[in-house]
Design a binder for this molecule. Structure first.
Ligand code: NHO
Length: 357
C-alpha cells in the first residue's frame, strides 16, 4: 500500500454528498497517477440505511439512492468498517445537516479518524462541544476541516486563517454570507412573488435542507459564529442579533406547508422592496462581526452603488477589514451556494488533509 491510501466513509448522500462522490470518481484516477493518492470509498451512510464496500471500485459501482435492501444504519458498525480496514488513513465526510453526527466528531478524531464537513452544527453549536472537538484535533494526529461551511468553495476560512497566522489583526468582517438570500434579493423585483423565488432557490439546491434555516437568518448566524471562533472569540448563536425573514407562525409546520404559507407574506416583502426602491436603494441580507464580538445579521436597504449591491446570483461577498487592510478591505467574492461549489470545497479540504499525511 502506498502511504497515501485513504479509506473514506461518506455520511449523508444528499445534494452535496452525491455531487462530491461524482467529483471524487472523476478525479480518482488522476489523483492516483499524479499525486500518488489512492482514495477508497468504503461506505456510504444515509439517515436510515448504509452500504459498506470492500472492493476498491466502489466509487465506480455505487448507485444512489441507497438500495432499499441495503442494511439498516448502524453508525458504530459503519465507523468500525472505515477505521478497521487496515488502510493507513481514515476519513469520515459528514454531508448531513445533523447535530447528532456533529456530536460524534470528538470521538472520531480521538480515535485518529479525520473529519471533513460542510455541516455547520459543530462549528457553531455548543461551545463545550466545540472545545472538545478542537482539543481532539489539536491533541492527536487527526484533522478537522470545515472550510465549506462558510462560502462553500470560496477561500473564506482559509483567508481568515492566513491573515491571523501572519500576524494581522481583524477589525471587522462584513458581507453577504448566504447564497440563497443573495439569490433571492438579486432576483427579487416589483411584481414577483418572493415565496415563489424561495421555491426556485430550493429546487436549485441553494437552500439548506430546511429553507427556514436560510430565511430565519440562522444559517448566516452560524457562519458568523464559525468565523468568530476562528478569530478566537467564543461567540454563541444566542449572542448574534438576528432579523428573521421566516414568519413565526410557520415555525412548526412541514417544509411544504411553510413554502405554501410563505405566499401569504408576499405583500409584506413587496412593501419593503417598494420602500427601498423609492429611495433608489436595494434590499440585501447582510452580516457584520466586529473584533469585540458584536455580531448582527439583518435585511438592509443599501444605496445602489454600495459594493454589496451589485452581486450576481448566489454570490457571497466577504470583506475583511484588518490592521493591514484598513482603508480598503480584503474582499473574497463569488458563488457561495449549490451542490457543485460546496462539494468542491469539501473535496479541497480532503486534498489538504491528504497533503499532510
Ligand atoms: P440534503 O440534500 O438534505 O442532504 C443531507 C443528507 O444527509 C440526506 O441524504 C439525508 O438523508 C442525510 N442525513 C440526514 N441525517 C442523517 C443522519 N443522522 N445520518 C446519516 N445521514 C443523514 O442537504 P445538502 O444540501 O446536501 O447539504 C448537506 C450539508 O451541506 C448540510 O450540512 C448543509 O448545511 C451543508 N452545506 C450545503 C450548502 C449548499 O449549498 N447546499 C452550502 C454549505 C454547506 O455553501 C452552501 C451554503 O451555505 C448554502 C446556504 N443555504 C446558502 O448560503 O444559501
Amino acid at each position: 500500500l502506498s502511504e497515501q491510501t485513504v479509506a473514506i466513509g461518506l455520511i449523508g448522500p444528499g445534494n452535496v454528498g452525491r455531487v462530491l462522490l461524482e467529483q471524487l470518481k472523476e478525479a480518482a484516477q488522476r489523483l492516483h497517477g499524479e499525486a500518488n493518492l489512492d482514495l477508497r470509498l468504503l461506505g456510504v451512510a444515509g439517515s436510515k440505511r448504509m452500504q459498506r464496500f470492500d472492493e476498491r471500485q466502489a466509487l465506480d459501482t455505487l448507485t444512489l439512492p441507497l438500495d432499499e435492501q441495503a442494511e439498516a444504519l448502524d453508525l458504530d458498525a459503519f465507523t468500525d468498517h472505515i477505521d478497521n480496514h487496515h488502510l493507513p488513513h481514515s476519513i469520515l465526510i459528514d454531508c448531513t445537516a445533523s447535530d447528532a453526527i456533529a456530536e460524534r466528531y470528538a470521538g472520531w478524531l480521538a480515535r485518529g479518524i479525520h473529519v471533513i464537513t460542510p455541516n455547520k452544527h459543530a462549528g457553531s453549536g455548543p461551545i463545550e462541544r466545540y472545545r472538545a472537538i478542537r482539543r481532539a484535533s489539536q491533541g492527536g494526529s487527526a484533522r478537522w476541516r470545515y472550510d465549506a461551511t462558510v462560502g462553500a468553495g470560496l477561500p473564506v476560512i482559509q483567508t481568515l486563517r492566513d491573515l491571523i497566522d501572519t500576524g494581522d489583526r481583524i477589525r471587522r468582517i462584513d458581507g453577504i454570507f448566504s447564497g440563497t438570500l443573495a439569490y433571492l434579493f438579486n432576483r427579487y423585483s416589483a411584481g414577483m412573488s418572493f415565496a415563489e423565488l424561495v421555491g426556485e432557490a430550493r429546487e436549485a439546491g441553494y437552500t439548506e435542507p430546511d429553507p427556514r434555516d436560510d430565511l430565519s437568518g440562522m444559517d448566516v448566524a452560524r457562519k458568523l459564529v464559525i468565523l468568530a471562533r476562528e478569530m478566537g472569540l467564543e461567540l454563541g448563536l444566542d449572542q448574534v442579533r438576528i432579523e428573521s425573514l421566516a414568519p413565526a407562525e410557520l415555525d412548526g409546520c412541514s417544509i411544504d406547508e411553510f413554502l405554501a404559507g410563505l405566499a401569504d407574506h408576499d405583500e409584506v416583502m413587496a412593501r419593503r422592496l417598494a420602500e427601498a426602491e423609492s429611495r433608489g436603494e436595494v434590499l440585501r441580507f447582510v452580516a457584520g462581526l466586529s473584533a469585540d464580538g458584536q455580531a448582527e445579521v439583518a435585511l438592509k436597504s443599501l444605496p445602489g452603488d454600495h459594493p454589496f449591491a451589485s452581486l450576481a446570483l448566489t454570490d457571497n461577498v466577504v470583506a475583511f477589514t484588518t490592521d493591514r487592510y484598513c482603508d480598503n478591505p480584503l474582499i473574497v467574492q463569488g458563488p457561495g451556494a449549490g451542490p457543485a461549489v460546496t462539494a468542491a470545497g469539501v473535496f479541497a479540504d480532503l486534498l489538504r488533509v491528504a497533503s499532510h499525511l
